[in-house]
Write a protein that binds this ligand. Structure first.
Ligand code: XIL
Length: 320
């Protein structure tokens, strides 16, 4: 019952380029997804800007293709994401909608998108990155929180649950891997929501890690406290980037440390009972978001560009 996943079919940061959908990926890529993973997360294709490009138009083709691929290969799918401050289409962010209109737009979106994949997506990241590093809601950045207030979080979970009662619904964030102000805020919020009868099932840590920063040593303890409070946990976007100034090749030591971080993250998940999925964010460097988002950093994934395994791949395999 344990799922090891990958973000599939990248491409989101290449908006200006011809966006590669899963139909056009080459055989080697598809085979790698099939051979190494039993869960896939559409890396961008379920985000608002992709799936809901105009107010009255949804674009499901790319997400459908990933979901179909997953079903053909006996893989689960994680849904990502429904309420986020980022990767929203301009029609939404610049639309000057009233609160009532926005509420209706979000409700219809969640019903439509979650409903389409009812029974086919086992976990949804209902909210993504709603807290900042100090544990405050990102009210000014997030159109939903700003316009509708924090109550929209409960609404989003309720609407998602109505659309697919079997899907497990998660709060998801980065920088909340260990015990800190952000994960503290999530524990409080999760407990408040549950006390109010809101269908929130789990807390997910993204696991975007980087060298030479230390591994978040309290990750296992963090997952454990959510589990002790009655929540599932998940690790949803693991990658371990490293400084590679001027495109330098990684050193043996960097690769060893990276492997150790991947293994520790997986061990943290495996150390609790209700952490049932562990997903890495990408496969090969060529399709990784890291070199585009973090200049002079890279090689954050577990496979080389020719799909040979890095030490991190072997570390994960031996921990399973
Ligand atoms: C990233 C994708 O990997 C990129 O392709 C895209 O351009 C930007 O988003 N946290 C998340 C993910 O929740 O959705 C982000 O994915 C990485 C950080």
């Amino acid at each position: 019952g344990f799922r090891v996943g990958a973000a599939a079919a990248g491409g989101g940061h290449h908006l200006e380029q011809d966006y590669p959908d899963p139909f056009t990926f080459d055989r080697v890529y598809r085979r790698a997804l099939d051979v190494h993973f039993n869960s896939l997360t559409p890396e961008n294709q379920l985000k608002w800007e992709f799936v809901h490009p105009e107010r009255n138009r949804y674009e499901f083709r790319a997400a459908d293709a990933i979901v179909r691929f997953a079903r053909e290969h006996d893989q689960g799918v994680r849904g990502h994401t429904l309420l986020w401050h980022s990767q929203n289409p301009a029609w939404l962010t610049e639309g000057n909608f009233t609160a009532d209109e926005l509420r209706g737009i979000l409700r219809d979106h969640i019903r439509t998108v979650v409903g389409r994949y009812k029974g086919k997506i086992y976990q949804w990241d209902v909210t993504n990155e709603i807290f900042d590093g100090s544990g405050n809601l990102r009210t000014s950045e997030n159109i939903w929180l700003r316009t509708l207030g924090p109550g929209v979080i409960a609404d989003a979970f309720r609407w998602a649950h109505q659309a697919d009662p079997k899907a497990k619904l998660f709060l998801n964030d980065f920088g909340a891997d260990g015990i800190n102000a952000k994960s503290d805020a999530y524990l409080r919020l999760a407990q408040e929501l549950r006390a109010a009868g809101v269908p929130v099932h789990g807390f997910a840590v993204q696991g975007h890690l980087s060298l030479p920063n230390a591994f978040p040593a309290t990750m296992a303890a963090n997952l454990k406290r959510f589990e002790d409070a009655g929540f599932e946990t998940a690790v949803t976007e693991v990658d371990v980037r490293m400084p590679l100034p001027g495109g330098a090749a990684p050193t043996e030591e960097q690769l060893r440390t990276q492997a150790d971080y991947f293994r520790q993250a997986l061990d943290a998940c495996l150390s609790v009972k209700r952490c049932k999925s562990f997903t890495v964010w990408g496969t090969i460097e060529k399709y990784s978001w890291v070199p585009i988002f973090f200049p002079d950093q890279g090689q954050a994934t577990i496979l080389w560009d020719d799909y040979r395994p890095k030490p991190a791949y072997h570390a994960l395999q031996s921990a399973l």
